[in-house]
Design a protein around this ligand. Structure first.
Ligand code: AMP
Length: 409
């Protein structure tokens, strides 16, 4: 596939692609667009950085422009991701297209969103909570929405949105096309896909984008009490924008205060901040009004800020997969970036798991081995009815992990 011509896209979309400087489709786009335009359901394992947003937006916009009565809704797990998707959608539909886009996310003014709904949007992008709120108030009917995208489905379940998503799906048109995108395909996602998709086209991406790209990795083994001074040393020798990940919401603010005392300006972002504050911080970071952003794993997925040159893992994440998402915030679209991890003795076990995962992802044909092993372990425990206590322990661990992730973001 050399360029986008093969897809017979409308001339407006071609123009928008040109403006965006998208000359060749990415792998996920090549594998998704023709089938999605032909109205097939899609189950894609693709993560941020693969070009997945345009992989579902191009077919949606093409259908809106060329077919009657196509209305699309895209659900994302976070408000920031929804905003990003809505921005790409606006660029792809082009100015003066007459195709209105509504962004429906929590923490933002209800009145503005009600105004957007009055304009009869053809594309809705949003998070599950706010969309359900609007449905229950009677302000939103999804009865005619027939193109449904569930983006970052694994994260959606992880954040406990399963029931909310179900409610939304029940409100959609009965004759809808569904596209499910997920970074990983654990058993829960396969089950979900059986519920939501009919005879889907499976799209798997051969190589992990994050591993393939130009990310230089550096590890510093250190002691807890020396971590902060090591960080200061590293900050002083780095230029460009830096994203620092810590484990808890409290730790973001604490580190920010310590840096202020050392006359280093930064901002902290976490899930307890009001949405307009979160938006403002991200906007200012995007516009390079400050250089250092300290965040919880709320920022580990989806953010596409090209000028982030360094990701620093001040604390390691709670699960190895989040490490891959974190470092993927740098070296966007083929540029170079650096990932630094400060590893203390009590985090060495987690570091080993991360190394193991990175090794597996570097070997494309072994990529899914990680998923397979995870799934096999899960199935072994789930199916072993004799081993009730193990089963119970495993379920409890899964539940507490999901609870604690909510706390940390
Ligand atoms: P996504 O995975 O959708 O978040 O996209 C990751 C990045 O790739 C974004 O910065 C997009 O603007 C960029 N991108 C997506 N598709 C293409 C393409 N066909 N050519 C060049 N860049 C692209």
């Amino acid at each position: 596939m050399e360029n986008f011509d093969k897809f017979n896209l409308s001339s407006d979309i071609k123009k928008s692609l040109k403006n965006l400087r998208f000359t060749k489709p990415t792998e996920v786009q090549s594998k998704t667009i023709p089938f999605a335009i032909a109205k097939q359901d899609i189950l894609a394992s693709a993560e941020t950085g693969s070009g997945k947003t345009a992989a579902y937006l191009i077919p949606l916009i093409q259908q809106i422009k060329t077919k009657q009565n196509v209305l699309g809704i895209i659900l994302t797990p976070t408000r920031e991701l929804a905003q990003q998707v809505a921005d790409v959608a606006k660029l792809l539909v082009g100015y003066k297209s007459g195709i209105n886009i509504a962004l429906l996310v929590g923490g933002s003014s209800m009145n503005i969103q009600l105004d957007q709904l009055k304009k009869r949007p053809k594309i809705i992008v949003g998070t599950p909570g706010r969309i359900n709120d609007l449905i229950s108030r009677g302000s939103l009917s999804l009865r005619n929405f027939n193109f449904f995208v569930l983006d970052e489905a694994d994260r959606m379940l992880d954040m406990g949105f399963g029931v909310q998503v179900d409610k939304i799906v029940n409100n959609l048109s009965k004759s809808k096309q569904t596209l499910l995108f997920s970074a990983t395909l654990p058993k829960e996602i396969i089950q979900l896909s059986k519920k939501y998709l009919s005879n889907p086209k499976r799209v798997d991406i051969e190589e992990n984008n994050v591993i393939k790209s130009q990310i230089k990795q550096k590890i510093i083994n250190t002691k807890t009490e020396e971590k902060y001074s090591k960080l200061i040393d590293e900050l002083s020798v780095r230029n460009g924008s830096i994203l620092i990940f810590v484990r808890t919401k409290y730790a973001t603010e604490k580190l920010k205060k310590r840096l202020i005392k050392d006359k280093i300006k930064s901002s902290a972002m976490h899930g307890d901040l009001r949405q307009n504050k979160r938006d403002r911080i991200l906007e200012n970071f995007r516009k390079e009004r400050f250089r250092i952003l300290i965040a919880t794993d709320i920022a580990s997925r989806g953010l596409d800020i090209p000028h982030i040159e360094h990701v620093i893992n001040y604390d390691l994440p709670q699960i190895p997969e989040d490490f891959v998402h974190r470092i993927g915030r740098t070296a966007r679209s083929g540029s170079v970036g650096e990932a630094l991890s400060l590893v203390t003795k009590n985090q060495s076990k987690m570091w080993k798991s991360i190394e193991k995962l990175l090794d597996q992802l570097k070997k494309p044909n072994k990529k899914n081995k990680h998923e397979d092993t995870k799934q096999k372990n899960y199935e072994k425990i789930e199916n072993n009815s004799d081993n009730k206590s193990v089963k119970k322990r495993y379920r409890k661990r899964k539940k507490s992990r999901s609870k604690s992730r909510k706390y940390h973001r």
